[in-house]
Ligand binder design. Structure first.
Ligand SMILES: [Zn+2]
Length: 400
C-alpha cells in the first residue's frame, strides 16, 4: 500500500517535470499564471485561462473545475467541502491541509493562492474516475472518461496543434484595426450558456426507475410530471424520485382528453386531486402542472383564470424530443431532436430551455447521451423550483 503510494508520488513528480518549464519550476510554491497551458475535457479545450503549475503540479481555480466536472462545492465556516461519488474532500485554507474522507493527505491537491482556491487537475480527475492524457509538447492535459466518446491521442494532439496555430493567427497584429462595436453584454454574460430543464411526463412506471438511476449516476436533477392514476399504483417510485431531490409536478389524474378538458370543473379537479396526491405521498407541496397534450388549444380562458386563482403554475416546453415516436433502435433520432431543439432555442435567446421527454423505454436508452451532450456543451442543469418560477406556457399567460 505504502509502496503503491510512493510510486504514485514519483509518477506525479515525473509528470510535473514533463509539463513544467524553467520559469514555472522556479516560481514553484506560489505558482505562476501560465496562459499557454491548456486543460481539455474529452475533445474540448476548456476556456480556463488561469492555469498554474505549483510544485510541478497543474492547478486551476476550483470554481472552473467545479463547473466542468460537476463538483458540488460548499464553503462551511471557511472550509471548502466537495462531495462527489460518496467521497468527501475538505480543504482548510488556514492550515493548508486537504483531507479525503477525514484522512489528511500528505500533499496539497487544493491550495489557496492570492485568495483564490486552486485544485490539482490530475488529483481530482483520478479520484472521480477520469483518465488523463499528457501532451508535454503542447503543455496540455486532457481528462476523459474511457466510456465517453473521444478522439485518440494522436488525433487530439493534432487538434491542439491546430488550436494553437489558430490562436497565433488571431493574435497577429492587424495593420488597420477595424473599430470594434460596443457590445451591450460583458464577455462573461455572453459566454454563459442557458439553463436546461429535463422534464419527464407520463410516469411513474418501470422506466421512471431507470431514468432515476441515470440521473443519479450523472448527478443531474430533473422535473417529473406524474399521472395520478400511475402514482396510485407506484407510490414507491414517487417517493424515490422525491428522495433523490427531483421536482414532482402533476400531469393530471387520467390523461384522458375527454375527461380532463370536459369542463373547467373536471379540469380543476384533475389538477387538484393529483397535486394533493403528490403532497400526500412525498410530503412536499407542488403547484406546477403540465397539462396533457399541451396547453394550446385545450386550456380555455376560464381554466387559465381558475388555475391562477388556485395558485397553480403551468409549464409546456421549448424542446420536444418526440421520443414517443421512435423505437429503441432509433434513439439517435431522439438525441438529434434534443440537440437540434436546444441549439435552436439558445440561438433564439432562450435562457431557460425546457426539454420534453417521457418515461418510456426508448427514452431511457437516449437519456445518458443527451445528458453527456448537454454537459459537454456547457449547459447548466436545473430542476423546477417553487421559489424560482419561470413562465413557460404556450398561452404566454404571465400569471401561470
Ligand atoms: Zn402525457
Amino acid at each position: 500500500m505504502k509502496q503503491k503510494f510512493s510510486i504514485a508520488l514519483i509518477l506525479l513528480f515525473i509528470c510535473g517535470l514533463l509539463l513544467g518549464t524553467g520559469t514555472n519550476a522556479a516560481a514553484a510554491s506560489q505558482g505562476t499564471p501560465s496562459s499557454q497551458r491548456l486543460i481539455a475535457l474529452h475533445d474540448r479545450i476548456l476556456p480556463i485561462e488561469d492555469v498554474r503549475v505549483v510544485d510541478g503540479d497543474t492547478k486551476v481555480p476550483l470554481k472552473d473545475l467545479a463547473k466542468y466536472l460537476y463538483l458540488p462545492v460548499e464553503v462551511v465556516e471557511g472550509v471548502t467541502v466537495i462531495q462527489k461519488r460518496g467521497m468527501e474532500f475538505r480543504f482548510d485554507p488556514v492550515t493548508g491541509i486537504t483531507t479525503k474522507d477525514g484522512k489528511e493527505l500528505s500533499w496539497s491537491p487544493i491550495r489557496e493562492i492570492d485568495g483564490t482556491t486552486y485544485m490539482s487537475v490530475k488529483y481530482i480527475a483520478k479520484e472521480i474516475g477520469f483518465e488523463l492524457d499528457f501532451f508535454p509538447q503542447e503543455k496540455t492535459i486532457r481528462i476523459f472518461r474511457e466510456d465517453y466518446k473521444h478522439s485518440g491521442y494522436d488525433a487530439f494532439q493534432q487538434a491542439i496543434q491546430h488550436y494553437r496555430l489558430e490562436q497565433q493567427e488571431a493574435a497577429k497584429p492587424v495593420p488597420k484595426p477595424t473599430p470594434k462595436p460596443v457590445k451591450p453584454t460583458s464577455p462573461e454574460t455572453a459566454k454563459k450558456k442557458p439553463n436546461v430543464y429535463l422534464t419527464f411526463d407520463d410516469g411513474p412506471n418501470q422506466f421512471t426507475t431507470v431514468n432515476l438511476k441515470t440521473l443519479k449516476e450523472q448527478e443531474v436533477q430533473a422535473t417529473f410530471f406524474f399521472l395520478g392514476k400511475h402514482m396510485k399504483k407506484n407510490p414507491s417510485i414517487v417517493k424515490a424520485a422525491a428522495k433523490d431531490g427531483h421536482y414532482i409536478g402533476s400531469h393530471s389524474m387520467t390523461h384522458d382528453k375527454e375527461l380532463v378538458y370536459k369542463s373547467t370543473d373536471s379540469f380543476m379537479n384533475e389538477m387538484k386531486e393529483s397535486t394533493q396526491l403528490i403532497q400526500k405521498i412525498t410530503g412536499k407541496s407542488t403547484k406546477l402542472i403540465r397539462v396533457p397534450y399541451g396547453s394550446k388549444p385545450h386550456v380555455t380562458p376560464d381554466m387559465q383564470k381558475q388555475l391562477a386563482a388556485g395558485g397553480y403554475k403551468m409549464w409546456d416546453w421549448d424542446v420536444d424530443s418526440n421520443d414517443w415516436r421512435f423505437t429503441e433502435e432509433e434513439t439517435e433520432k431522439i438525441i438529434a431532436n434534443v440537440k437540434e431543439g436546444v441549439a435552436k432555442a439558445e440561438k433564439a435567446g432562450d435562457r431557460d430551455i425546457v426539454i420534453l421527454m417521457h418515461d418510456r423505454s426508448q427514452t431511457t436508452k437516449a437519456l445518458p447521451a443527451i445528458i453527456e451532450w448537454l454537459k459537454e456543451e456547457g449547459y447548466t442543469f436545473k430542476k423546477y423550483e417553487n421559489d424560482h418560477h419561470v413562465v413557460k406556457n404556450f398561452l404566454h399567460d404571465k400569471a401561470l
